[in-house]
Design a protein around this ligand. Structure first.
Ligand SMILES: *[C@@H]1O[C@H](CO)[C@@H](O)[C@H](O)[C@H]1NC(C)=O
Ligand SMILES: *[C@@H]1O[C@H](CO)[C@@H](O)[C@H](O)[C@H]1NC(C)=O
Ligand SMILES: *[C@@H]1O[C@H](CO)[C@@H](O)[C@H](O)[C@H]1NC(C)=O
Ligand SMILES: *[C@@H]1O[C@H](CO)[C@@H](O)[C@H](O)[C@H]1NC(C)=O
Ligand SMILES: *[C@@H]1O[C@H](CO)[C@@H](O)[C@H](O)[C@H]1NC(C)=O
Length: 407
């Protein structure tokens, strides 16, 4: 079958709206938090535990560092507090007690089984090199995040302050060994690296392979403040490795979570009792069964739907090419939404209900927001919807672009 270039401009009036029925998983929020000597004393303070629980419930996966209970009761008690009154409960995956002396700590991962599962766990064997005070305990998660990322390793670290430079450097050995033994290259490395102030300075970075090796992307900058105290120190960090991991993280979502400001905790003593650290966090794209992407940074969003030649039988093509394009312009976002809904309703094979839901989800969550499209210029922008079908690839892509007079 031969097709010809064919451009059709259609102006849709508001034809009523069809609600998309597809489902798109919310972003998966992951965090790491040093809970500062988290043991029976802290667990015995209900007002402190209540705030800790409130913070932890923001996350789909959060690893707690500096768990110090020799009797190993406190992690389970925290799980009970976390799950109290919840229908969508958490589960707990915890390392053994780690340390070179009788002072030992555990890494405790709290995660939502409704969003992720543990594929397996992996304790890094540090007995020969003995680089770490608390050698990383890795949890491999699979679940409802970016469909192109089948699973990823979550590598936590609580670095010994005086060894922060060699320990952060040795994370590269952990990564290489883990990757070699498991075949998994997509990881998030997160935790209290003590990566700042008196422990890690500017001159140290050239000595830290995790920093110099381009496979690793640091998502939390040197300017971040991850301490709840008067100091400004970027101790806690998140580093990503693996192309699928990087493309699964949302840009600009890695940050400390200033829980005191967010939860309105003005009592400094209560903040001190909770922790001297803020959690650090990053968002992963939620799962969807179809591919979607931002195609023109900040100004376009699109979805691609697989089609058959029969699905295209109502459209006109001529004898020389394998694609057809149609597009229309709407004066504002509301009109664009109505027109896309109407298009989906009358062409469900070209833009399915799920495709519509994905597009609207992206729009409603800032997919067309671009910091260069401010105020009045954004308001003046035209919204253009383009449907492009390619018979070679049996694919129809619907793209929604907002144009601005200042582009
Ligand atoms: C929670 O963890 C326990 C112990 O690892 C396991 O037996 C249980 O199946 C898990 N529950 C869910 C819902 O994943
Ligand atoms: C872990 O994930 C791999 C790859 O998806 C899968 O083949 C394997 O069965 C999983 N193992 C467990 C215990 O879930
Ligand atoms: C760690 O490695 C050492 C040296 O290869 C070995 O003797 C020890 O059994 C390993 N420990 C574990 C838990 O695998
Ligand atoms: C083509 O249009 C007819 C009439 O509107 C409609 O009944 C039919 O479902 C359409 N076919 C496809 C593949 O969209
Ligand atoms: C918006 O579209 C109208 C009609 O096509 C055009 O006259 C106008 O210049 C466009 N504005 C921008 C900012 O592209």
């Amino acid at each position: 079958m031969g097709w010809s270039p064919f451009a059709l401009v259609v102006i849709f009036a508001a034809l009523g709206s069809a609600q998309g029925t597809g489902t798109v998983q919310n972003p998966v929020r992951i965090g790491a938090w040093n809970l500062q000597r988290f043991g029976p004393t802290k667990m015995g303070k209900p007002e402190v535990v209540a705030k800790i629980v409130q913070v932890m419930r923001k996350y789909d996966i959060i690893v707690i560092l500096e768990v110090v209970d020799a009797d190993e009761q406190v992690p389970g008690l925290l799980l009970n507090a976390l799950n109290s009154g919840l229908t969508n409960t958490y589960n707990l995956t915890i390392s053994r007690r780690l340390g070179r002396t009788s002072y030992q700590e555990q890494y405790a991962f709290y995660w939502k089984p409704s969003v992720v599962r543990v594929n397996f766990t992996y304790q890094y064997n540090d007995t020969v090199l003995d680089k770490f005070q608390f050698e990383p305990f890795i949890v491999v998660f699979e679940g409802k995040f970016d469909r192109n990322l089948p699973r990823f390793g979550f590598i936590p670290l609580h670095a010994k302050p005086s060894d922060a430079v060699p320990e952060i450097d040795a994370l590269v050995d952990v990564y290489n060994t883990f990757k070699q033994e498991t075949g998994i290259e997509d990881v998030i490395i997160a935790g209290d690296f003590n990566a700042g102030c008196t422990y890690v300075g500017g001159n140290d970075y050239p000595k830290i392979r995790l920093f110099t090796d381009p496979r690793f992307t640091w998502l939390i900058s040197d300017h971040a403040d991850t301490t709840t105290e008067a100091t400004t120190c970027p101790y806690d960090r998140i580093v990503a490795a693996g192309n699928k991991m990087l493309s699964a993280t949302y840009d600009n979502t890695a940050q400390p979570y200033y829980f005191d400001e967010d939860l309105g905790i003005t009592n400094a003593a209560l903040v001190d009792d909770i922790s001297d650290h803020y959690p650090v966090e990053v968002l992963l794209k939620g799962s969807s069964t179809i591919d979607s992407s931002k195609v023109h940074p900040g100004t376009s969003i699109s979805v691609a739907i697989s089609v058959t030649p029969a699905d295209l039988s109502n459209f006109s093509f001529s004898s020389t090419t394998n694609f057809m394009v149609m597009s229309w312009v709407s004066p504002n976002a509301a009109a664009a939404v109505s027109s896309i809904e109407a298009f989906s309703q009358s062409n469900p094979n070209i833009l399915s209900a799920e495709g519509l839901a994905v597009l609207l989800y992206k729009y409603n969550n800032g997919g067309l927001t671009d910091s260069t499209l401010h105020g009045e210029y954004y308001q003046q922008g035209n919204h253009t919807v383009t449907v492009h079908c390619n018979s070679d690839h049996n694919l129809c892509t619907t793209t929604w672009t907002v144009f601005t007079p200042i582009n």
